[in-house]
Design a protein around this ligand. Structure first.
Ligand code: FES
Ligand SMILES: [Fe+2]
Length: 322
């Protein structure tokens, strides 16, 4: 958990009139909408410690369901019903909140800049925001998203054709201080259902991991990027990873609305297949060490970035059949 960065914790549409609880940095946080935007408070009333997220929003405040104490968006207690004397000083810890592109982001520090949410941010796009919960670890989920070698098996027929045909590709892996990126070129068009939705041929594919917990894929055609999927991941307990994901495409020459409609259910199927295989790996692998295979080209970097280390920038080339 990096204090001075923004972490995606919910979709905008998950938060309406009722407060919700999310987990952030191992702690429960109550999110609620007030007149000015979204507020985020430690989800525990200081009085008898019940969840504030079980309460309701009244004006600009959140009201505790037990004795009705009310807290403003900055965490100050502004009402203790029945109290005739001056209120004692009382405050709940609060988090910085930012809402953008259909997502809600939290920080426990003071981020110097807004988050880079997805690669097509600020352009004329169609986008969908999805949410997923996986029984796994952040490193395993990030690697799974960026792993081009499991699709033949885990997603047979969906992301690939039913044939076992593989294509030889060149991969350039570039490391930055807190990110790593693999650029795949040379692959012909994939033959699965998902690739049938992508217009024309694919010129390159990019998989990238960047802090904090962001795994993203880009598909490029001759006229530029046609599709990007960006998952903002966070470990919510030792064996659970939550992700807020953006599927985005340029409105004109990417996936139009119609195609996006078809794409989403398939994306859901792929997500479910990944969730299943990751959960089985978790259940079956407790206490054992895993082997890093020759094609696991991003695993070590993902682990180091996740551990908060700074990478030595550099470039490496690989060839493989995927
Ligand atoms: S427990 Fe919240 S007001 Fe008493
Ligand atoms: Fe997958």
């Amino acid at each position: 958990m990096t204090a001075d960065l923004w972490h995606a914790v919910a979709r905008s549409r998950d938060l309406r009139r009722k407060p919700i609880r999310v987990r952030f940095g191992g702690k429960p946080v109550a999110l609620f909408r007030n007149g000015t935007g979204v507020s985020a408070l430690h989800d525990q009333c200081p009085h008898r410690l019940v969840p504030l997220s079980d309460g309701r929003v009244v004006g600009d405040t959140i009201e505790c369901p037990y004795h009705g104490w009310r807290f403003s968006g900055d965490g100050t207690c502004v009402d203790m019903p029945g109290t005739v004397e001056a209120l004692p000083r009382c405050r709940v810890p609060r988090y910085r909140v930012l809402e953008a592109e259909g997502g809600i982001f939290l920080s426990s520090g003071q981020p110097p800049a807004p988050p880079v949410i997805h690669p097509l941010q600020g352009q004329d796009i169609v986008s969908q925001v999805v949410k997923s919960t996986t029984r796994s670890t952040l490193v395993d989920v990030a690697e799974n998203i960026l792993d081009a070698t499991h699709t033949h098996y885990t997603h047979k027929g969906l992301l690939r054709g039913l044939s076992a045909k593989r294509y030889r590709v060149q991969v350039e892996v570039t490391r930055g201080p807190d990110w790593v990126e693999a650029v795949y070129t040379g692959e012909e068009r994939q033959h699965g259902l998902v690739s049938a939705l992508l217009d024309g041929s694919r010129t390159k594919g990019v998989g990238r991991y960047r802090r904090p917990g962001i795994a993203e894929l880009e598909y490029w055609g001759p006229r530029g990027m046609v599709l990007a999927t960006t998952f903002h991941l966070r470990q919510t307990d030792a064996e659970t990873v939550e992700g807020i994901g953006w599927l985005s495409a340029p409105r004109q020459h990417g996936l139009g609305h119609l195609k996006a409609l078809f794409f989403k259910p398939m994306f859901r199927v792929a997500l479910e297949q990944d969730r299943r295989v990751l959960a089985s790996a978790l259940e079956n692998g407790r206490g054992s060490t895993r082997m890093i295979g020759p094609l696991d080209i991003l695993r070590r970097e993902i682990e180091l970035i996740e551990a908060g280390q700074t990478l030595t920038p550099g470039v490496q080339h690989y060839e493989m059949e995927i």
